[in-house]
Design a protein around this ligand. Sequence first.
Ligand code: DQA
Length: 148
Amino acid sequence: MKLLVINGPNLNFLGIREKGIYGTEDYEYLKDLLQNKAKAEGHELEVFQSNYEGAIIDKIQEAYHTKVEGIIINPGAFTHYSYAVRDALASVEIPKIEVHISNVHKREEFRHTSVTAPACTGQIVGLGLKGYLLAMDYLTGRAQPAGF
Ligand code: DQA
């Protein structure tokens, strides 16, 4: 399966930024974690990060052209106000899971709103880096209960 992970602004600063919230593992660790899982399960995976809204929109549009079959996106702070990222997500009929490392609902009021989640298939919040792995399991069909 062809998968794409998109990380928004400041996620390249994992392991440096607010360690009490986002943990001590760095962005390279997250990339390796995802690539190792994809490889072990026989999936093709690109892990992309940008601090720029337009670059994220370009990547979502590119996913349409390159026939990506599943997107995992952590839009970072764009989650809370980027109608442009939301519209880009809504433009592509690809299964999409929004992931947040921290439990945004336990944090400041402005983080309680996601304008991007309604354009996604589902959302995983507050489970740390494991949220990305769980999103991958959902997209690849590994998260099926027995008998389904
Ligand atoms: C985040 C939560 C956002 O509110 C924040 O702006 C981020 C990271 C998370 O993964 O918990 O940059 O998306």
